[in-house]
Design a protein around this ligand. Structure first.
Ligand code: PLP
Length: 452
């Protein structure tokens, strides 16, 4: 048994996989909020470079990765796949566990896989500056790195509460050369509107997205970039699963179960879609489980409907599982999972019963993360602990049922900039969150009115 399964640079996949080509039910189109008609490429042109818009609506199964992007990927790709032998021993269950480790990237998570691609296409189309939002700071860090690689300016609207609580993420972005603004800010109408209602607003991803979009829409030299949710973002991440497929082949295995945390859906899609292709095209047996925090349970307790991607309502309406665009998730440390909706692709696959979803409370997740750290030596990002907690649940189930299972999960980032989260856990300051269905659905009537 090899602990670590490495590939060569020449094994880096040359194409991204577009699952739309193989979905039995194609995703519904995004709608213009005014006309309720499907949005066209021209509607999106002020915000995104044309090549990314084309990728967003493409139905081609594979899209070539330009050499310039591959060259930057080589800094950390192919990423390692590990056999979690020590963790297996600890769980003492009939399971083989593998994990793909994306924490080896320059910003410490999977996010540079798409940040580099997005910066590349913006640069190629003459854009000078990219505006974006960030929650806990991982996306902002990834895009700051990518912009530095291509000589682009980068403006990051960072959710106020994280800006105050996670100062080192801001310093990382500054070191890459980005400007970081606490959101809500007084630089945009969307931000000023919120500050007028609540000068001490802690902010939210939805508000920060509105601010970045507003800036991009008003400046011809600035475009907008999103770190998850959109089809092209999920597609860029499929480089993870394609590598993992090769690595599992070298290990002589194929997963029965694939597990990843889900914020918007990009790292889950990244690891699972290339494997899911076998299920969609050949009927291969495979369970793919997306894990969300119980405090932001859009997949397990949200509704499938058209909703905005942001708070101000600037984005097109997206057909997705959502808690409503005004939903205010509790301030859990897994900041990357505090988003009200799930990507259109993941939502459609869940609706069609092709993937599964689970929600887990944060104390169970941190407990799992600490156990994993002691066994395997890598401190997972708080988001990633959600996947690990589900791995433990599946191992227990395999033991109860007396069945042998092979599990693959995405260790999508390290937690080295999140030690405050672990400190708060050790100090007993964290607690679980529960809601009644009435509380959870309080925002939904507002968006039901938006349905076509
Ligand atoms: C951003 C982030 C997530 C959640 O986003 P997805 O788009 O669902 O992948 C999860 N884990 C880490 C480490 C992140 O940075």
């Amino acid at each position: 048994m090899n602990k670590k399964i490495m590939l060569n640079e020449s094994d880096i996949p040359r194409q991204w996989y577009n699952i739309t080509a193989d979905m039995p039910n194609k995703p519904l189109p995004p709608l213009h909020p005014g006309t309720k008609q499907p949005v066209g490429p021209q509607d999106l042109a002020p915000l995104f470079p044309m090549e990314l818009i084309k990728q967003e609506v493409s139905t081609e199964r594979y899209i070539e990765i330009p050499d310039e992007i591959i060259e930057i990927y080589k800094m950390w790709r192919p990423s390692p796949l590990y056999r979690a032998d020590k963790f297996e021993k600890l769980l003492d269950a009939p399971v083989k566990i593998y994990y793909k480790y994306e924490g080896v990237s320059p910003s410490g998570s999977h996010k540079p896989n798409t940040a580099v691609a997005q910066a590349y296409y913006n640069k190629k189309e003459g854009v000078k500056r990219i505006a974006t939002e960030t929650g806990a700071g991982q996306w902002g860090t990834a895009l700051s790195f990518a912009c530095a690689q291509f000589g682009l300016e980068c403006d990051v609207y960072m959710v106020r509460i994280s800006y105050d609580q996670k100062p080192y993420r801001k310093v990382m972005m500054n070191t890459f050369g980005a400007n970081v603004y606490a959101s809500p800010s007084n630089r945009t109408q969307a931000g000023r509107n919120i500050l007028e209602q609540d000068p001490n607003s802690p902010g939210s991803l939805g508000i920060a997205i509105s601010e970045a979009i507003e800036i991009a829409a008003q400046d011809p030299d600035t475009k907008y970039s999103l770190g998850s949710v959109l089809n092209h973002v999920l597609m860029h991440q499929t480089i993870i699963g394609q590598e993992a497929e090769k690595q599992m082949e070298y290990a002589g295995d194929f997963p029965d179960i694939i597990i990843a945390p889900l914020g918007g859906g990009s790292n889950f899609a990244g690891i699972s879609f290339p494997f899911l292709k076998h299920k969609l095209t050949n009927g291969t047996k495979l369970r793919c489980i997306a894990v969300e925090p119980a405090s932001c349970p859009k997949l397990t307790r949200g509704k499938f409907m058209y909703d905005f991607g942001d708070t101000a309502g600037y984005t097109p309406l997206l057909p997705m599982y959502t808690l409503g665009h005004n939903f205010k998730p509790a301030a859990i440390h897994a900041g990357g999972l505090r988003y009200h909706g799930a990507s259109v692709l993941c939502s459609q696959l869940l609706k069609d019963g092709l993937i599964e979803a689970q929600a887990i409370q944060q104390l169970e997740c941190f407990e799992a993360g600490v156990a994993f750290t002691k066994a395997e030596g890598i401190i997972p990002a708080p988001e990633a602990t959600h996947g690990i907690a589900q791995v433990i649940r599946e191992a227990r189930r395999a033991k109860e049922e007396g069945t042998q299972k092979t599990i693959l999960f995405n260790l999508c980032g390290h937690g080295l900039v999140d030690m405050q989260a672990y400190q708060d856990y050790f100090d007993g300051k964290l607690h679980d969150h529960s809601f009644s269905d009435e509380e959870l659905q309080a925002d939904l009537p507002n968006i039901a009115a938006l349905q076509p």
